[in-house]
Structure formats: structure tokens, C-alpha cells
Design a binder for this molecule. Structure first.
Ligand code: SAM
Length: 273
């Protein structure tokens, strides 16, 4: 009975995602004001700064970086692509994998121009903004594949997707809380993705605080597990991670643009025990 309930909750989430619209999602979350590179109190520059710092502190290293639940976005690997020789992108939905493939293969029809993102991260790295073309080429070179994932499975990726030692680092942004029916499922999913990581490997986790829903497209209301900082820390601990740092961003009124009810964003840097 209990197992059936768990399965039903997860299945209901999968149904919600059938209406996910990558173009609308990108428009809602990855254009101004949430992605205003002229303001450092805008959400996206804050996330990029957290990722830049985490990837350049010197403790995160290895061969393979895996992004869990990439969605149609690339911002989360713009710093990591300079550190890791291989980057694997993953998502549950083919429409999102298709969006990513279009960019990687430099095809027409991408729903977002990532140039300002590439330029901004070059600036964070102390490079001239025109180096963005080199960064784009680097990213295209290191992305080895874009593959299906389901974080609710004990083994979220196909058996041959990773080397047997596991990934050296995972990054995951706004995925686990927005695909889980409740806190217990969020924690279980965290444990499942932990299984993809080598011992002592790093997890860089970004997610929503206090969010109960977001729009994945016009009229596509997707439920989210509302998390607080203490729950994030407890779930990490329970799933076999040691927290290195937790940073929190609080949304100002003008960042609340009617596409969700998020109140804050957390960034966690953790290490697998
Ligand atoms: N990482 C992107 C970002 O930072 O904007 C996208 C986050 S979006 C809120 C949540 C993503 O989780 C979607 O791309 C969706 O397709 C994916 N997803 C849905 N169900 C999933 C599942 N069971 N396992 C893994 N990812 C899932």
C-alpha cells in the first residue's frame, strides 16, 4: 500500500511534466529581470557567481561532471566546463534534450541566446567578454552526451551511461524539489543521484526555497516541495553528504514575476562521504 502511494505520487509528477514547454520556461526564468546582467541582485548572476566560486576554489576536480535534470538550460555548466574534460547533460524530457542538442550542434531554432551568459561567466573568470566564442566552443567540445534520467529510480541513468567509478562531480539545479511529490521523495532522489557520484566527489545543488508551484508553460502548473534551509541540510546529511557551504538568496519583490511562488534560492556545496 505504502509503495503504491509512493509510485502514484511520482507518476502524478511525470504527468505534470507532459505539458512542459522549454521555450516558455526559458522566457519566464532566463530573461530579465531574473537574468539581468546589469544587476548583481538578479537571480541568474547570483547563481552564476555561486557556481564560479565553487568550481574555482580548487577542491572540485576530476574527469567527469554530470548535470542532473539539465532542462533546456546550459548556465549551470558554464564554469564547470573549464574544469572537467567531460560533461554529461541529462533530462527526463525529450523536448529538453532536443533543445540542448540544438545548441550543442549549433543548429538554428534555439529558444534562448546564451551569449550574454557566456560573456558574463568570461567576465567572472577575468577574461575579455569576446572570449565567449572560445567558451562556447569549449562547452560544445566537452559535452559528451545528452541522456535520459529519472531521479526516482534507484539507478537514475542507463547502466552504461557512466564509468563504473562514477562521476567526479554532480551539479543539479531546481530539479529534485520540482519533480518530487514530497520531502521524503526529495530525500530519496538525493540518495539516488548520490549513487552516481564517486566517494569524496562533490555535489553542487541549487534549488528553490518556499516554493509550492511553478509554471512549466502557459497553464502548466507544476507542484513543488516547499523546502527550508534546515530541510535541505537534513536531506543532504541523510543521503550521505557532508555540507561544505550553504548560501541563500532572497527574492526581492521585482524578482517575483508571477511564474512561481518561490521566496528564495539555496546553493549547497557538499561532498559525498
Ligand atoms: N536545471 C534546469 C534549470 O536550472 O532551470 C531545469 C529545472 S526544471 C525546474 C526541472 C527539470 O526536471 C525539467 O527539465 C524536467 O524535465 C526534469 N525532470 C522532470 N522529472 C524528472 C525526473 N523524474 N528525473 C529527473 N529530471 C526530471
Amino acid at each position: 500500500m505504502e509503495r503504491k502511494q509512493k509510485e502514484n505520487g511520482v507518476a502524478a509528477m511525470a504527468v505534470c511534466y507532459q505539458g512542459f514547454d522549454p521555450a516558455a520556461y526559458l522566457q519566464y526564468n532566463y530573461t530579465a529581470p531574473r537574468a539581468d546582467f546589469g544587476r548583481n541582485d538578479s537571480i541568474v548572476p547570483w547563481k552564476l557567481a555561486c557556481l564560479h566560486r565553487a568550481f574555482t576554489e580548487g577542491d572540485v576536480s576530476g574527469e567527469l561532471l554530470v548535470d542532473i535534470g539539465s532542462g533546456p538550460t546550459l548556465y549551470q555548466v558554464l564554469s564547470g566546463c573549464e574544469v572537467f574534460k567531460k560533461v554529461l547533460l541529462t533530462d527526463f524530457l525529450e523536448v529538453n534534450r532536443q533543445e540542448l542538442r540544438r545548441w550543442v550542434q549549433d543548429e538554428k531554432g534555439c529558444n534562448l541566446d546564451w551569449t550574454p551568459y557566456l560573456q558574463h561567466v568570461c567576465k567572472l573568470e577575468g577574461r575579455r567578454p569576446s572570449a565567449w566564442t572560445e567558451k562556447a566552443a569549449k562547452l560544445r567540445e566537452v559535452i559528451t552526451d545528452i541522456v535520459p534520467i529519472d531521479v526516482h529510480r534507484p539507478h537514475p541513468l542507463a547502466p552504461d551511461a557512466l564509468p563504473s567509478a562514477g562521476a567526479d562531480c554532480l551539479v543539479s539545479c531546481f530539479c529534485l524539489e520540482s519533480v518530487s511529490p514530497d520531502l521524503a521523495a526529495f530525500t530519496r532522489a538525493l540518495g539516488h543521484i548520490g549513487g552516481l557520484l564517486r566517494p569524496r566527489g562533490h555535489l553542487l545543488l541549487i534549488g528553490a526555497l518556499g516554493e509550492s508551484y511553478y509554471f512549466g508553460g502557459p497553464g502548466v502548473k507544476i507542484p513543488v516541495v516547499p523546502l527550508n534551509e534546515a530541510q535541505v541540510c537534513a536531506s543532504l546529511k541523510e543521503s550521505g553528504f557532508t555540507l561544505i557551504r550553504l548560501e541563500v538568496y532572497t527574492l526581492s519583490q521585482d524578482m517575483r514575476v508571477g511564474v512561481d511562488d518561490v521566496t528564495g534560492v539555496f546553493f549547497a556545496k557538499a561532498r559525498k562521504d
